[in-house]
Every structure is written in structure tokens, then in C-alpha cells.
Write a protein of this length. Structure first.
Length: 272
């Protein structure tokens, strides 16, 4: 098993969040790892409410929440907010972009911005949820889920493997700023690319590319690694700083400068 990256990408105000909840990850096993990127575990015990904010990945998640239940979370195109209060925990399964659609055969676009009971997708989901909630450890929960997944594994799917490779390239290569760079690199016509993303990922390739660049920008701002916003905007492929600032505020609720100022204050609180 490959240890999941200890990354804060997608987590907004990561140092502030870390003071209100714990986060850990587990790697997926070799067989399940064709479809599952990692498992994540969040726990909290709070007297006062705290709203955790995340800019989600283009991935479907299956979550087992105590208290709460078991759910399938489609790709979320907006900032995700969750109020944490009292004592609780969540065990989540983060699928590779396209992985959930490859296993289930579902057009993942139909799940976009939806949260469904697990049984709406898997008729035997009640039994899985019972086993997950009664398991004595997170390692055991992983084993339970992967045993369940084994019965639903899909045969090799070249279209899914192509989508996964394209999305991984989008995530890793900050120099990619336009969809036509992807079509040229992979030799895939734009209409074919759009159709594949709709079926497997649930959102279009341009949206995925912009979301990953916003992840990059927010992470760099949170870490205090940005000297000039104009340079950051250009490095992320935006036409100008105004365009980047507008999209950043639309998605995250703060301008890049405001986000950087809040992150700077959090770093001082955390490390002084």
C-alpha cells in the first residue's frame, strides 16, 4: 500500500481546522486502489460549533458518519461547509476521479451536488453500514469496505484508465492552463473528452482543471508562499490577477489577499 500524501489541498483554513478536529488517512489496498485513492477519518469533540470548509476534489466520496448514517456524496461544485458540534466522527472513502462511475456504471453527472443514502446506490448498503459502524478499528473498517468492494469490482476499463490518467495529470502539472493542452497531449478530441468526463467524473474537463488550480492557489496562500498575487495568477494560468481574484472569491468566499491575511494570522496563533 502507498501511504496517502499528507496534503492540505482542498482544506480551507487548514491550521484553523486542525485546532477543531483531527484528520488522518489510510491507503487503499492494491485491488481497491484501482478505484479508491484513500480513506480519510475525521473526529471532533467540541463544546461550541465550528464550521469546517472544504473546496472538494472532483471525486465521489462514500461516508460513514457517527452520528448520521451512510451516504454517497457526488462531486460537489461549491464550497462544502459542515458544522461540527458535540462529539462525532466520519470515515470516508475518496474514490479516484471516475472510479465510482467505473465500478457502478452510473453516469456520475447525475450525482453532481447530491448526497444520497448509501442504499440508493447499493441495495445491500444497510449490511455494509452495520459492519462498518460495528468494526473495532479504522483498519478493520478498510478491510470491511474492501471486501464489499471486491464483490462490485469492475473489469478493466480503458476509458476509465484514460480519464484517471488525464485527471492525475491535471492535478500534478500546474503548467497546464487550458483544456486544449490536454486534448493535444493525449490525442483526444474535445467532444470525446467532455463525454468521458460527464460519464466518469461528473463535471467537465475545464471545471476540473480550474478546480485544481484553485486548490494550488489556496494551498500556496495558506502556507505563506506567495509574494505577488499577479505572479501567482499567471503561474496558475489565469489571464490576469483580476480574473483569478474573482473566481477565488466566488468559490471560497474571500479574495486571495483576504485569505492570505487570515492564513498569516493563523500561522502566528499556531506557532507562537
Amino acid at each position: 500500500m502507498t501511504q496517502p500524501a499528507d496534503s492540505e489541498k482542498g482544506i480551507l483554513h487548514p491550521r484553523e481546522q486542525a485546532r477543531h478536529r483531527s484528520l488522518s488517512r489510510l491507503a487503499a489496498g492494491p485491488e481497491a486502489g484501482r478505484f479508491v485513492e484513500w480513506y480519510w477519518i475525521v473526529e471532533w469533540d467540541l463544546d461550541a460549533p465550528y464550521t469546517a470548509e472544504v473546496l472538494p476534489f472532483p471525486s465521489v466520496n462514500v461516508t460513514f458518519e457517527q452520528p448520521g448514517g451512510a451516504f454517497v456524496n457526488g462531486v460537489c461544485t461549491r464550497k462544502f461547509e459542515r458544522e461540527l458540534i458535540g462529539r462525532g466522527r466520519a470515515f470516508g472513502v475518496k474514490f479516484w476521479a471516475g472510479g465510482f462511475g467505473a465500478i457502478t456504471g452510473i453516469d456520475v453527472g447525475s450525482l453532481c451536488d447530491e448526497v444520497l443514502p448509501l442504499t440508493d446506490v447499493f441495495p445491500d448498503g444497510d449490511r455494509l453500514a452495520d459492519l462498518m459502524f460495528t468494526a473495532e478499528s479504522d483498519v478493520r473498517r478498510r478491510a470491511v469496505f474492501e471486501a464489499f468492494l471486491h464483490d462490485h469490482l469492475a473489469p478493466p476499463d480503458p476509458s476509465y484508465e484514460l480519464v484517471r490518467e488525464i485527471v492525475s495529470t491535471m492535478a500534478a502539472d500546474r503548467s497546464i492552463a487550458r483544456v486544449d493542452e490536454i486534448t493535444e497531449r493525449f490525442g483526444v478530441p474535445i467532444r470525446t473528452l467532455q463525454r468521458l468526463f460527464r460519464r466518469y467524473v461528473g463535471v467537465g474537463p475545464k471545471w476540473v482543471l480550474r478546480r485544481y488550480r484553485l486548490h494550488d492557489g489556496a494551498e500556496l496562500l495558506a502556507q505563506g508562499e506567495v509574494a505577488e498575487l499577479a505572479e501567482l495568477s499567471a503561474s496558475l494560468g489565469y489571464f490576469d490577477q483580476a480574473h483569478f481574484s474573482k473566481e477565488f472569491k466566488q468559490q471560497i468566499g474571500l479574495t486571495p489577499a483576504e485569505y492570505a491575511t487570515r492564513a498569516s494570522a493563523e500561522r502566528q496563533i499556531t506557532y507562537r
